[in-house]
Design a protein around this ligand. Sequence first.
Ligand SMILES: NC(=O)c1ccc[n+]([C@@H]2O[C@H](COP(=O)([O-])OP(=O)(O)OC[C@H]3O[C@@H](n4cnc5c(N)ncnc54)[C@H](OP(=O)(O)O)[C@@H]3O)[C@@H](O)[C@H]2O)c1
Length: 247
Amino acid sequence: MSAQHAVVVGGTRGLGLVVVERLLARGFDVTIISRQPSPRHAGNSKVRHIAVDLEVVDSLDGVWTKACDALGQISYLVLCQRFRGQGDPWEGEIQVGLTASRCLIEGFADHFTSAGDRAIGVVSSVYAQFVGASQPVGYHVVKAGLNEMVRYYASTLGRRGIRVNAIMPLTYMKDESRQFYENNASLADVYERLVPLRRMGHAEDSANALNFLCSEQASFINGQSLIVDGGVSVVWPEEVAKNFAGL
Ligand SMILES: NC(=O)c1ccc[n+]([C@@H]2O[C@H](COP(=O)([O-])OP(=O)(O)OC[C@H]3O[C@@H](n4cnc5c(N)ncnc54)[C@H](OP(=O)(O)O)[C@@H]3O)[C@@H](O)[C@H]2O)c1
């Protein structure tokens, strides 16, 4: 049995992949839940993949037992998944983003260690509070719902010593999108002018925030959704418009 075990849902790509790297660097054994394993983890004895399609409600049944029978009770559960299917985007977003998150949190709740730091980290988005036409309405509703779910479980699971928090990232560069942004210099210019820190965010920035929230360093932080946007959300839009208009 592993001394320290964490579960990362959606840990095969993008932000989830970096979260897994951070946990491995801290010595954790990591169970990843997604549809397909990542070749990045092939042959790594510290990583175990459980194939689950979160769009299929029944496929979640007992996944918490399967994960913990093999590697022991968990210290951390990190939810990084997002709907990437072909079906109706409203139903898909709600199922993969919201319903599956509730099932996973409730299913794993009885499988946390009885001592030591324990936490759930949820990946929400700035679209929980702000509106952007590049994402469908279902995505906005899911992320807003996740923030409230975090507050609900922070209260109920907090009584059992399990902290529950979220991060709300702005669009970030990840391994899979790096080439796209490098080929579109005008986008990099937009972020340089928009973000007070004068750069686009990276998946690593968000992974660092999750790594903090899922650690003893955040031992009294519970029920919070932390914006990770380089300061964009504190700037009044009129100032941004003037800047872009060269005024
Ligand atoms: N990308 C951004 O700029 C950005 C900004 C703000 C917030 N976010 C949020 O950050 C999180 C990660 O996004 P990302 O863009 O970094 O990663 P991503 O490339 O969208 O990866 C999604 C992960 O979820 C898994 N997944 C998708 N559908 C699934 C299903 N039906 N069943 C089981 N697993 C499924 C995927 O694995 P499989 O394919 O193996 O199933 C993958 O590991 C998401 O919650 C997203 O909403 C992203």
